[in-house]
Design a protein around this ligand. Structure first.
Ligand SMILES: Cc1ncc(COP(=O)(O)O)c(C=O)c1O
Length: 384
């Protein structure tokens, strides 16, 4: 049965469009499937809003319009039943910036940040850049599904640990944590008197109809120690516009955070605010279509890998367009270099704290994905 054509099937040439993802392999026949942006146009409603804003022609110092703040607040209530106050929002040009600011704000140089591994690399690098220690607890596995290993967390924490950097949906493990697990996270943070950064940037990229639960909604009391990171950038493919949000309900924590950012962190630009408002107000249908397309890509990968390259291990994949692949059976000293030599550019698991893995970005048209997987298979077949 042939599938209906989708807007996401269109292949765009991204060379010479200041794309990090495509510049990395410029002039080489290597398909870039690494850094987490997608090869899709942003939603038409967002592009229309941006065109209108550009036509105004003036791009002075920016501050969000009340309508932009309202769009975020309304989206959080509509999607998650979370009632957020306008003053809780701290606008940031990126969440990597947020992770660095949080490390400075909530940890002293002799104190540490706790996180689970594998993890999105800035969870490890941001504290280190800010000269704070990182303590790491490996995730556990329940069959092919990553789970939090509570014993490992308890073992990793030290008396100097002040903040838990938590990622939900999880990059790269592609888990969407369930209420019970979130309740345990809150209980763990309360018991150890930890603040918790809940990075929920991927919260609109849930597959198979799953529903995201913001950690801060799990218990009213919990909100005092949790700050949440969100952004329209991953879902609506706006990362280059640099518009992200920290939601910090507690006034004192918010002040510490904004003081640590003062004079260092640039403001969000005009176009970022415009795109953010349009995405959260008008792009819900587009997002739903995207989720279905991505689920199709995820299924395509799982079918292909199981059938054609069973030496690569996959996990239950519940969210994001990032596939975490176990390549340990291939016994490669440099998996990324090996696959580059077969024409596919992947993210190196070593940066996520696992040399046994690579990460493949499938936020691309199905035809690009098919070609990428063909190259992945060629790389594995060449070892036989
Ligand atoms: C969990 C997580 N947090 C933050 C970011 C980056 O956010 P930003 O582009 O706003 O710095 C990413 C990007 O992939 C991510 O996966």
């Amino acid at each position: 049965m042939s599938e209906q054509a989708s807007i996401f099937d269109t292949v765009y040439d991204r060379t010479e469009t200041d794309s990090q993802k495509w510049q990395k392999y410029e002039g080489k026949d290597i398909l870039p499937m690494w850094v987490a942006d997608m090869d899709f146009h942003a939603p038409e409603v967002v592009l229309d809003a941006l065109h209108e804003r550009i036509d105004h022609g003036i791009f002075g110092y920016a501050r969000p319009e009340p309508s932009c703040t309202e769009a975020v607040i309304e989206m959080l209530e509509r999607e998650y039943g979370w009632k957020v106050e306008a003053e809780w929002l701290v606008w940031l040009p990126g969440l990597v910036v947020g992770l660095n600011v949080a490390s400075r704000a909530f940890c002293q140089p002799n104190e540490s940040v706790l996180t689970t591994t594998p993890i999105y690399p800035p969870f490890i690098f941001a504290p280190k850049f800010q000269k704070r220690a990182v303590v790491k607890a490996p995730m556990g596995l329940d069959g092919d599904r990553y789970v939090i290993d509570w014993d490992a967390l308890e073992a990793a924490i030290t008396p100097d640990t002040k903040v838990f950097f938590f990622c939900n949906p999880h990059n790269p493990c592609a888990r969407v944590f369930e209420r019970q697990e979130l309740e345990k996270v809150v209980e763990f943070c309360e018991r150890h008197d930890l603040l918790c950064c809940s990075d929920e940037i991927h919260c609109e990229l849930l597959l198979d109809g799953r529903k995201h639960i913001p950690l801060a909604t799990v218990s009213e009391k919990a909100a005092e120690r949790i700050f949440t990171f969100i952004a329209p950038s991953k879902t609506y493919n706006l990362a280059g516009l640099g518009c992200s949000i920290a939601i910090i309900p507690d006034k004192e924590l918010r002040q510490r955070f904004t003081m640590a950012a003062r004079g260092i962190v640039a403001e969000v630009n005009n176009l970022g605010y415009t795109a953010c408002e349009a995405a959260y107000r008008y792009a819900g249908d587009w997002r739903d279509q995207l989720q279905r397309y991505l689920a199709g890509n995820r299924d395509f990968i799982h079918d292909f890998v199981k059938r054609e390259i069973p030496d690569i291990g996959l996990y239950q994949h519940e969210a994001t367009y990032l596939s975490w692949m176990d390549v340990s059976r291939l016994e490669l000293s440099d998996p990324v270099g090996h696959f580059e030599s077969h024409g596919i550019g992947l993210s190196d698991g070593a940066f996520f704290d696992s040399k046994k893995h690579v990460r493949l970005n499938f936020g691309c048209p199905r035809s690009t994905l098919e070609e990428g997987l063909r190259r992945l298979k060629a790389g594995v077949d060449a070892l036989k």
